[in-house]
Design a protein around this ligand. Sequence first.
Ligand code: S3P
Length: 184
Amino acid sequence: MLWQVNTTDERSRNLILIGFMGTGKTTIGRNVAKSLRFRFVDTDQLIRKKAEKSIPDIFAEDGEAAFRQLETEVMTECAEDSNQVISTGGGIVTEEINHPILKRAGYVVWLKASAETIYDRVKRNQHRPLLQVDDPMKTIEEMLAQRESLYSAVEDLSINTDKLTLEETAFGIVESTRLALQLA
Ligand code: S3P
């Protein structure tokens, strides 16, 4: 018997990418969307559009709670649509209210990477307010430890990307999504 992911009828036909900052959700998401012929959407991008300002400005002027509120709003809106690859912000799982929204939205894939890989990918980037600290490596390790069980609570599949190329990761996700969402 072909192994099937437990995707229930209440789920929409979307692929949702979750995972820590710097795990490649956006780059891989765009690539996978092309292969699946799904629309690519990014919750951070939708938040910027809705707030009409950058993410660092939302954090600085309105605070993280306001950012999280917007994140829940855009995720709820995305979940109503289908045939999308939805790339989410790394902290979306920190609000438990988002868990059933994520699960109902479709097939959830967790992109994993070690703290070292993440640090390497994000160190030159200034647009992540939570990592603008004296010791980003320590912050990454602490936040990863805090969030591990939260990602795990919503994922259908997890992929450790440390030793995989972008193409290998994308291929694995495309094939498992086809099975899970029963795409032709
Ligand atoms: C955040 C991750 C960011 C963005 C915001 C907060 C987080 O998204 O939503 O800076 O709490 O981990 P990326 O995961 O796309 O960097």
